[in-house]
Write a protein that binds this ligand. Structure first.
Ligand code: DAH
Length: 339
């Protein structure tokens, strides 16, 4: 192809481009001039037949062809699209590739809370909530925790200028629920808690607990154990058992700490359970009659059990997370694993 011929085709292309009235027509012009079987590839192929001293001029003309026709097509396309939009036509370009936004994942804390609600829901427990800003009465006094108890110290609890505090546990929700209704009561209360803890691999000043409370006639410690065993198996897997160790909490009598069989080694002993075969999961016990007295329940007629456990702890054990801080940093590389 001679340089003159290329120039002629270029002028022809620019004219055709100018005359076009619709996007499909424009597309036909594009294919004809710069498409894979159009003029441009032919022109490029011609380069190898040109004598060496004419080659650079040929290259320049070929490039000009490509640029001029290319930008005329782009301009016309924008013009037609804008005109279409002005006439109310869709300018959506269905040939454009989509934008990949990536899939989000549920945060492990949300997953554990939702799973916990589902498991206890199957046993008839409903969800109750209370405020994060609590009164000293609900967080401590009504839970039979005396004013001289170390957990009331400024070094442990975030006290506010109003005299209220950021709840240190979800247990005050027990009090609020019992104040508001008569037995039977069967609730769980997931929520945030706050303590003046220095952050490290297993502590955070802001964490989550889920509290459980069941009050009715003839509720016993055996019911508590059966309920926690059901939860253990549903949450951690079949074969997981529960054991109670005597403990002390101001608001329960007797009080226990509940351990689950280590789901990693099945109780044989491993690094996760520090070779004991058991993992401490919950504080629990039978509601102390003094707590019932505060909310006006007759402890001769009713008994109840309560328990409280850390959501982060369950998440860490279940998913093998060895540092609680991973749960708060929102590092996408960490969260990606839960998609
Ligand atoms: N509130 C306790 C804590 O923060 C956990 C707890 C223990 C809750 C015994 C209870 C219970 O309801 O009965 O460590």
């Amino acid at each position: 192809m001679t340089l003159d011929e290329i120039d002629k085709i270029k002028e022809e292309g620019l004219r055709e481009c100018d005359a076009v009235k619709t996007l499909p027509e424009l597309e036909a012009v594009r294919i004809k001039y710069i498409g894979r079987n159009g003029f441009l590839p032919q022109i490029m192929k011609g380069l190898k037949d040109v004598s060496p001293d004419e080659r650079s001029e040929y290259g320049r003309i070929a490039n000009e062809f490509k640029n001029r026709v290319g930008s005329a097509l782009d301009l016309k396309k924008a013009e037609l699209a804008a005109g279409g939009a002005a006439n109310g036509e869709s300018t959506f370009d269905y040939s454009m590739p989509g934008i990949w936004r990536g899939l989000g994942a549920k945060h492990p804390i949300s997953s554990i809370i939702e799973e916990t609600i589902r498991i206890f829901g199957r046993l008839g427990f409903t969800v109750a909530e209370g405020p994060d800003v609590e009164t000293g009465y609900h967080n401590f006094e009504a839970l039979n925790t005396p004013a001289h108890h170390p957990s009331l110290d400024n070094t442990d609890t975030f006290w506010l200028e109003t005299g209220e505090l950021l709840r240190t546990q979800t247990s005050p929700v027990q009090i609020r629920v019992m104040e508001g209704r008569k037995p039977p009561v069967r609730i769980i209360t997931p929520g945030r808690c706050y303590r003046r803890d220095t952050t490290d691999a297993t502590h955070s000043a802001n964490f989550h607990q889920v509290e459980g409370l069941y009050v009715d006639r003839n509720v016993s410690l055996a019911d508590l154990k059966g309920t926690l065993a059901y939860f253990a198996r549903e949450m951690m897997g079949p074969g997981v058992d529960v054991r109670f160790r005597p403990h002390f909490f101001p608001f329960t009598e007797p009080s226990v700490e509940a351990d689950f069989t280590c789901h990693v080694c099945g109780g044989k002993g491993c690094r996760v359970c520090k070779n004991s075969g058991w993992i401490e999961i919950a504080g629990a016990g039978m509601v102390d009659p003094r707590v019932f007295k505060k909310v006006g329940y007759d402890s001769e007629e009713f008994t109840g059990y309560a328990f409280g456990m850390g959501i982060e702890r369950i998440a860490m054990i279940k998913y093998g997370i060895n540092d609680i801080r991973f749960l708060y940093e929102n590092d996408a590389r960490f969260l990606q694993q839960f998609v």
